[in-house]
Structures are given as structure tokens and as C-alpha cells.
Ligand binder design. Sequence first.
Ligand SMILES: *Cc1c(COP(=O)(O)O)cnc(C)c1O
Length: 355
Amino acid sequence: MSEEILPRIREEIAALPPYRQGKQAGADAFKLSSNENPFEPLPSVVAALTAGAPINRYPDATAGALRARLGERYGVAPDAVHVASGSVAILYQLVAAAATVGDEVVYAWRSFEAYPGLPLVAGATGVQVPLTADSRHDLDAMAAAITERTRVVIVCTPNNPTGPIVTSAEFAAFVAQVPRDVLIVLDEAYAEFVTAPDAVDGLAERVFETHPNVVVLRTFSKAYGLAGLRIGYAIGHPRVLDAARTTAIPLSVTAAAEGAAIASLDAEDELRARVAVIVERRAELVAGLRAQGWDVPDAQGNFVWLPTGDATADVAAAFEDAGLIVRAFPGDGIRISVGEAESLPRVLAVAAAQR
Ligand SMILES: *Cc1c(COP(=O)(O)O)cnc(C)c1O
């Protein structure tokens, strides 16, 4: 039998395992592995899905209605808003636009599992800067890691998967240290869940106006519960966002997603009430886990972090046996999303048994 010949693939791509999604939950299991919103979509949002443009037609390539709406809301021109099929898409667009072979992309580690793929796909080099002992960004070390090859620095707040925020003061001091020609991406996917009063808020503080190298990312996937529709946005300098528009795959934001996002902004109060419920559940989980002796870092997103270290695989198996799908990072820890009310006592029971 002759060896099958396949097309040549770039070595650094072929060396990696392909993306595999976390396990799908069985009938009576809770899926707490992807930081999704546990609530059913609002009827008004479902109605917007079917009221959108006909599906035999292409969508508005610029998502103009949503960009106008977001521009109004944040007091910026529509050109200072960029919409894509999830904020992960915008991360790829920005890194592809700014970095190539020989360039560096700096980010904290452990952080969002999508970050290592960004420089890889662009042919650039990723530079990981370890978190502090309390699982926070070490912004001084990140600033020190910047060289003349650095093109992009990513700051994730609250940090996925560990939970803590970056403060306004820390971010301001960091931005002041970063060369003005290096792009800073402030990934605020969980901004709506933050309760820490000193947390940076890139949109409220309008950092992108004083520092045009800062782009703020937000998403409809988490607080707004639209993960399945794939829609997120960036706010920043129009010329920087033009670069993301150039590298974007055209027409990937559907009219259905755009319509649902606008309907969600119309229903903001109802959705914020749900976020408040998730924040209450988060406090309950953190308090319960800490009372059991777990060293849970400050949880400011819709998830909690268990630093399970070498026991990670065993503890994750115990959660799965109990019908709780969690996200395990072998050798490091376990991220558990704040989900349905009924999942909380189950999470706490399994965690207690693992102490
Ligand atoms: C979930 C998440 C995103 C957003 O993902 P979408 O592509 O908008 O669904 C971005 N950044 C981080 C850190 C996340 O956890």
C-alpha cells in the first residue's frame, strides 16, 4: 500500500492539534465549560432573528445599523466601531493586520486559549508573560517584554480563565510605557459582569481617544447570551479598525446576528437583570469554595477558577462523573462557568469531596 500524499501544510500548523470543542453536555448534565449564558434567549431577540433580511440575500457587509447604534451608545463615530462574527474574529483580524514573520505578539499566560493561535496563524511569534502569584496580569513584566519586534500586546480583563481584573490605574500606567506604534488590544469580553470599582473600563474611560493604539473588544456572546450567533465588536481609532476591516473575511456577520444584537441592546435592562443574577450566583460559588479551603482568585467574569495543579485531571473527572462539564487545563487548574441555579449545589458538593 503506498503512502497517501497530502498537500504540504506549513510546519508550525501541521505540528498542532486541530481545534476541538469542549464536551457537549448530556441530557441531565450542566455544561459549565464555555462561559455561556445559562438563560434562554428573550422572546424579543428570537423575534428579531426571523424579522431580519431574507436569507437568500447577503447581509450588509458593514453591519451599518449596529455600528450606528453602538456609536450612538458610546459617543463615537460609526467608523470607530467594527463588528465581526465574534470578538475572536477581531483578534485574528487585528493580529493578521499588524504582525507577520519576525514580529512578536505579547500576552499574559495563562489567559484565553485562543491567544496562542493568533501569532501562529499570522506567522509571527507569541511571547507569553506569566501571571502573578495571585493569577493577575503582570503588566510591568509585559511592558518589559516589549521589544522593537513587538507589534501587538493583548490585555485580557477580567482574565479568562483565572478571573481577576486589571485596574484603571494599572492600565493607564501600562499604556504610558508601551511605544505608541504598538497596538494594545484590551479584551473586555466579560466587562458586564465586573463589580470591582477600580476595574479598567476601556469604553467608559475612552482610552482609545487619548491613545489611538488602544482597541477595546466587547462581545454579545457572554452577558447578552448570543454565543451561538457569533457577533462581537471593537471600538478604537477608525484607521486602526480599517486594518481589521481589510483582513476580515467579507460578509461573515449575518443579518440575523446583527438584528439580534440590536434587539439585545433594546432589551438591555432585562439582560442586565440576568447578569445581576449570574453575579449573585458567582458570589455564592466563590464564598462556598473558599469556605471549603479552595484558593479561588478574585472572580470578576461569569466563571470561577480552581487552582488544582497536578490534580487537575482527577478533579475534572470527578466533576464529569457528577454530570458537570468543566474546562480543565491539565497541570494548572479548572475553570467552571457560573450556570443554572441548580448547578451550584452540585458544583459545591463535588468540590467539597475533592478537598
Ligand atoms: C469568550 C471570549 C471572547 C469572545 O468570544 P466571541 O468570539 O465573541 O464569542 C473573547 N475574549 C475572551 C477572553 C473570551 O473569553
